[in-house]
Write a protein that binds this ligand. Structure first.
Ligand SMILES: CC(C)(COP(=O)(O)OP(=O)(O)OC[C@H]1O[C@@H](n2cnc3c(N)ncnc32)[C@H](O)[C@@H]1OP(=O)(O)O)[C@@H](O)C(=O)NCCC(=O)NCCS
Length: 186
């Protein structure tokens, strides 16, 4: 199995790398929506140019192997104008990746993020040398915590003052630490 996967198909979705034409749907559906960005590490976008910059930054990180971000698209939709959300794996060390995700509000509550993240986590944990997928989630972000639980991630504890969420506070906030690890004998 090659890494990073260029395409993952699920019953209702497919995942693919970011493309320049994702800027408008990502801006209007995700990046400029204060409800979606509430618990993220960057400020809600006020201009399309910020979303374009994000796409360019993440595309560069993909190329360098510094982080991988996939767009969630509807299985039945066209390639263009069909971005429902984003999911990211960010290397923390040579054996650990951090998971992050966001979905447009109109698609919440249908189990779509679990559907997208499940095969990605499985493929990542099947890579030689990868033993751990972890996620930080704001202690007030109940929907995200629930998705992480449904993904089979274990709650390892509450980290104090560990995460900056500039849309809600200027100082670092507490986060839940979740992780799923490779099942191995040694
Ligand atoms: C987190 C997010 C991706 C969830 O995706 P989703 O596909 O809508 O998730 P689900 O459809 O599985 O629904 C969320 C689950 O959380 C539960 N939930 C939602 N809001 C809740 C709340 N306020 N309190 C308790 N549980 C809540 C739902 O009941 C559901 O659980 P269930 O399937 O057991 O009923 C989506 O809410 C989102 O994009 N949020 C904004 C971005 C974000 O915060 N990302 C995470 C950063 S760590």
């Amino acid at each position: 199995m090659s890494w990073p996967p260029q395409r993952i198909a699920t019953p209702r979705l497919y995942l693919r790398p970011l493309l320049p034409y994702d800027a408008e749907p990502l801006f209007s559906g995700l990046c400029a929506d204060a409800e979606v960005t509430r618990y993220l590490g960057w400020r809600t976008h006020s201009m399309l140019a910020q979303t374009r910059e994000l796409i360019s930054y993440e595309t560069h990180r993909w190329t360098r192997g510094a982080a991988w971000t996939w767009v969630l698209c509807q299985a039945e939709g066209s390639e263009q104008g069909n971005a429902l959300g984003l999911i990211q794996l960010l290397p923390q060390s040579e054996f650990c990746l951090r998971l992050g995700f966001l979905l447009r509000r109109a698609s919440w509550g249908q189990g779509l993020m679990q559907e997208a993240a499940t095969p990605l986590i499985e493929q990542a944990l099947a890579r030689p040398g990868v033993y751990r997928i972890e996620a930080h989630c704001d202690v007030d972000n109940a929907a995200s915590a629930r998705v992480l639980e449904k993904l089979g991630m274990q709650l390892e504890g509450r980290l104090q003052r560990v995460i900056l969420h500039p849309n809600i506070a200027a100082s670092p906030r507490d986060a839940w630490l979740y992780a799923r690890t490779r099942e191995v004998a040694t």
